[in-house]
Structures are given as structure tokens and as C-alpha cells.
Design a protein around this ligand. Structure first.
Ligand code: SF4
Ligand code: SF4
Length: 228
């Protein structure tokens, strides 16, 4: 599978998984990945680990061992970003941030694309309307879990708002601005690629957003340099 639309700030091409994680725009310079003592506090506080085979402690270990098979491990998709591991780690490590980089690396290689359908739907709606929404599968889950009362509540939203003295919902004309952001960050190219199941033209190893448009915290991240 060829790489497509790889964001060099998000997943810089480095020798090792650990270097890529440390140099990613997502992670701070203070990330304690190398300081992990395998204490397991992250896994002990992880709700996903409680109900699945996922273990943030093991994930960090595999990253430090440069075990690239972790990119194909289904368990990296179990995290749901509650950030408990981030708060509990005594070494200022952040498994939740590392797992985000790993997921993006997996996606770059065409792994786990089917998991993006939900989020692509959000992006498409955002581009069209300038506002977010709960995608179809999410609505169906809420209907299943909350029953008819929820859908009735949703249908009655405007009258409930009126009863509470709130104005009708007003989605301002932010569509063009949102579309420009999505265009600039390469969303539409990736959307097509994902919808095509990972097939299509290969683009350069960066997206069209210039470094100036990327909100970077420190100068050392300006151009990710692996191994530095
Ligand atoms: S809590 Fe921090 S130091 Fe402990 S295993 Fe997890 S990442 Fe490593
Ligand atoms: S953010 Fe993810 S890895 Fe961290 S505790 Fe929550 S579910 Fe677990």
C-alpha cells in the first residue's frame, strides 16, 4: 500500500516509532516516552483496558521496542481519548497521544480505513453546512440505547428551546470558512482516498497547509528532525 497524503508534521518519517511519536506535532517536547518505567498506572486507570485486551503500558513498550506490528494491532483502536493515562503517568508520558500518532501511521499505510467512515461523515457534513453533527451510526446507537424518547426529544428540540426561552438554532454562514480550512488541511483529498478504500493518486509527503498555518508550540517543531 502506497503512502498518501502523509502529513510530515503529524507523522514525520523517522527511523523508529518512538522518534516519530516524539517528533509529531501532537506531542510536547516534554513527553516522557523514554522515561516510561512500565509501572502500569496507565493500564490500571484505562477504562478500555478493563473491557478489552488493550493495554497502554504494553503499547508504550512495543513503541520503545520499535515493534511495527503494533500498527496492525486492532487494540490501538480501543482507546477513546479519556486521557486518564495522561493524568496518571508518573513520568509525564502520554499513551493517549502516542496512540493517536500510531493510528495516523496505520491510516497512512491503509490500515483501519473502515474505522474512519464515521468521522468522514462528520467532515462531509461540516464542509456542507459549516456545523458538526452526530453521524448516522451514532444516531442509531443512541436510538438503540435511549429508545424512542430520545428521538422524540430530538424532533421536539425547537419547541423545547422555545419553552426555555431560547432562540431558534442559528447555523451561521460559516460554510465557506470551514470548507477553506478543510481544503487547506487536505481533508477532501483524504476523503476521496478513504472512500476509494485506499486507492488513488499518491500526493507529496506533506499537505497543502504551510508551516505558518500550523499552530506550533515550539521552534524545535518547525521542521521535525528525527533523532535530534
Ligand atoms: S503510567 Fe507512564 S510510566 Fe507507567 S507504564 Fe504507563 S506510560 Fe509507562
Ligand atoms: S486515553 Fe485511551 S489509553 Fe488513556 S486511559 Fe483513556 S482509553 Fe485508556
Amino acid at each position: 500500500m502506497m503512502l498518501i497524503h502523509v502529513n510530515k508534521y503529524d507523522t514525520p518519517e523517522c527511523e523508529t516509532l518512538a522518534e516519530t511519536a516524539k517528533k509529531s506535532i501532537r506531542t510536547p517536547d516534554s513527553l516522557g516516552l523514554d522515561r516510561c518505567i512500565q509501572c502500569g498506572a496507565c493500564t490500571a486507570s484505562c477504562p478500555a483496558a478493563r473491557f478489552t485486551d488493550y493495554s497502554p503500558r504494553q503499547l508504550v513498550k512495543r513503541v520503545l521496542e520499535n515493534d511495527r506490528s503494533v500498527l496492525e494491532d486492532e487494540s490501538i483502536w480501543s482507546c477513546f481519548y479519556c486521557y486518564s493515562c495522561n493524568l496518571r503517568c508518573p513520568r509525564n508520558n502520554s499513551p493517549v497521544t502516542i496512540v493517536q500518532v500510531l493510528r495516523q501511521m496505520a491510516i497512512n499505510e491503509g490500515i483501519g480505513l473502515e474505522r474512519l467512515a464515521y468521522f468522514v461523515e462528520i467532515g462531509e457534513y461540516l464542509a456542507e453546512n459549516g456545523a458538526s453533527k452526530i453521524p448516522g451510526p451514532g444516531v442509531r446507537n443512541m436510538e438503540r440505547d435511549l429508545g424512542e424518547s430520545w428521538i422524540e426529544f430530538k424532533r421536539d428540540l425547537e419547541s423545547i428551546r422555545a419553552e426555555l426561552g431560547l432562540k431558534p438554532r442559528d447555523i451561521r454562514d460559516t460554510g465557506s470558512e470551514v470548507r477553506a480550512i478543510l481544503e487547506g488541511t487536505g481533508f477532501f483529498e483524504r476523503e476521496k482516498w478513504i472512500r476509494a478504500g485506499g486507492r488513488g493518486n499518491v500526493s507529496a509527503l506533506s499537505h497543502s497547509a504551510s508551516p505558518e498555518t500550523v499552530n506550533r508550540e515550539t521552534a524545535s517543531h518547525e521542521t521535525p528532525q528525527c533523532g535530534v
